[in-house]
Ligand binder design. Structure first.
Ligand SMILES: Cc1c2[nH]c(c1CCC(=O)O)Cc1[nH]c(c(CCC(=O)O)c1C)Cc1[nH]c(c(CCC(=O)O)c1C)Cc1[nH]c(c(C)c1CCC(=O)O)C2
Length: 345
C-alpha cells in the first residue's frame, strides 16, 4: 500500500494508532440509495455491472465523491467469485442471490473448483484503476465468509432460519466440512487477489452467522475463518470481520484472527470492547434505521456511538449493517460531516 494510504485515518484506526478524526464509511454505501447509482444501473443487471470495470469504478467512487467517506468499498457482491467458478446463480432485484441447483451432496461440493485471478480479470482491472483514482483514500476489498456463502448455496437463496444449512452442519458434518473447506480456499484466493491488485484492507462478511450458537461456531465455522485470516497475515493489510446478530460471538470473531471486529447495533461499543478484549479495533455501530428519524436524533445517537467507541483501542465509525435502500443520501452526508467534526482532535 502506498505510504499516504498507510497514514490515512481509516488504516491508522484499524491498526489502533492515534487519528486526527474518527474515520467513517458505510456498509453498502455503493449503490441502492444513491440516485446516481440507479441512473448507472438502470439498464444493467447486477452481475453484469459487477463484471464491467468502468461501472465498478464509477459506482465505487460515487459515495466517496458525495460523502467524503474515509474509505471506498469495492463495488461487487459476495456471490461474484462463485459465479466466476461456474455456479449457476443470479442476483434478483429485491430478493438477493438465487442459486439454480442448491448444493446438498458430495458431488455438488466437489464441483466447486478453485478460483484463480484469471477467473475475475475485471476485478483486478477495476481495482488497478480505482487505486489510481482514489489516491490516498483506502479501498476495502471484501468477500462473503464460508458460512454465509454456504447458506446461499445450500438454501438456494436468502433464508430466515437457515434450516437446510444447519441440517447439513448438524446431520452431515463430513459434507459440511468438505463444503466449508472448498469455500475457504475460494474466499482466501479471492481476497488475496484483491490485495495483490491494490486493495488496502479487507472485510470478511459473515452476515448470517449470528444464527449459530457459540459452541457450534467454534466447531463448524471458526476453523475456516481462522484459515482465511491466517492466510492473509503476510499481506500487511487490516482484516475486518463482520456479522449481524453476533453479540454472543464477538470474542470468537476476533479470535478467528481479525484485526477489527464489526459490531451490529445490538451491543453498545463499550460493551463490545469488553467482550472482544485487548488487541482489536472495533467498527460500527449506528442502527441503520436511525437514518429514518429526524437529523437531531441521528446526531444524538451518533455522538453516543462515538463516545462509547472511545472504549475501544481503535474505532472505525459505520452503521450496524448496510445502508437501507430508501435512505435519504442527505442524512448520510450530514452524518459523515458530524462524525468528522465531533471527533476532531
Ligand atoms: C449478504 C450479502 C450479499 N451481498 C453482500 C452481503 C454482505 C453484506 C450484508 O450483510 O449486507 C455484500 C455486498 N453487496 C453489494 C456490496 C457493494 C459494496 C457496498 O456498497 O457495500 C457489498 C459489500 C452490492 C449489492 N448487492 C446487491 C445489490 C442490489 C442489486 C440491485 O441493485 O439490483 C447491491 C447494490 C444484491 C444483494 N446481494 C446480497 C443481498 C442480500 C442483496 C440485496 C437484495 C436486494 O434487497 O435487492 C447478498
Amino acid at each position: 500500500m502506498n505510504p499516504e494510504t498507510a497514514e490515512s485515518p481509516f488504516i491508522r484506526a484499524c491498526r489502533r494508532l492515534p487519528v486526527p478524526h474518527t474515520p467513517v464509511w458505510y456498509m453498502r454505501q455503493a449503490g441502492r440509495s444513491l440516485p446516481e447509482y440507479r441512473a448507472v444501473r438502470a439498464e444493467v443487471p447486477m452481475l453484469t455491472a459487477c463484471a464491467t470495470p468502468d461501472l465498478i469504478v464509477e459506482i465505487t467512487m460515487q459515495p466517496v465523491r458525495r460523502y467524503g467517506v474515509d474509505a471506498a468499498i469495492f463495488f461487487s457482491d459476495i456471490v461474484v467469485p462463485l459465479k466466476a467458478i461456474g455456479v449457476d446463480l443470479d442476483i434478483q432485484p429485491g430478493v438477493g442471490p438465487v442459486v439454480a441447483d442448491p448444493i446438498r451432496d458430495a458431488a455438488a461440493v466437489a464441483a466447486l473448483r478453485d478460483l484463480s485471478p484469471g477467473d475475475v480479470p475485471y476485478v483486478t482491472e477495476a481495482i488497478g484503476a480505482l487505486t489510481k483514482e482514489l489516491g490516498s483514500t483506502p479501498l476495502i476489498g471484501f468477500a462473503g465468509a464460508p458460512f454465509t456463502l454456504a447458506s446461499y448455496l445450500i438454501e438456494g437463496g436468502p433464508s430466515k432460519n437457515h434450516d437446510h444449512t444447519k441440517a447439513m452442519m448438524y446431520g452431515e458434518p463430513a459434507l459440511w466440512h468438505a463444503l466449508m473447506d472448498r469455500l475457504t480456499e475460494i474466499t482466501l484466493a479471492y481476497l488475496r487477489l484483491q490485495v495483490d491488485a491494490g486493495a488496502s484492507a479487507v472485510q470478511l462478511f459473515d452476515s448470517w452467522v449470528g444464527a449459530v450458537a457459540p459452541d457450534d461456531y467454534r466447531e463448524f465455522v471458526l476453523p475456516y475463518a481462522g484459515r482465511i485470516f491466517a492466510g492473509l497475515a503476510d499481506l500487511d493489510v487490516p482484516r475486518i470481520h463482520f456479522g449481524v446478530g453476533t453479540g454472543e460471538l464477538l470474542a470468537l470473531l476476533g479470535e478467528a484472527g481479525a484485526d477489527v471486529v464489526g459490531v451490529d447495533w445490538r451491543v453498545p461499543l463499550d460493551e463490545a470492547a469488553r467482550r472482544v478484549g485487548e488487541g482489536k479495533a472495533l467498527q460500527g455501530n449506528l442502527d441503520p434505521a436511525v437514518l429514518f428519524a429526524p437529523f437531531e436524533v441521528v446526531e444524538r445517537r451518533a455522538l453516543d456511538v462515538l463516545a462509547r467507541g472511545r472504549a475501544a483501542e481503535g474505532h472505525v465509525f459505520n452503521l450496524g449493517h448496510g445502508v437501507p435502500p430508501t435512505t435519504d443520501p442527505d442524512q448520510l452526508a450530514r452524518l459523515t460531516d458530524l462524525v468528522h467534526e465531533a471527533s476532531a482532535r
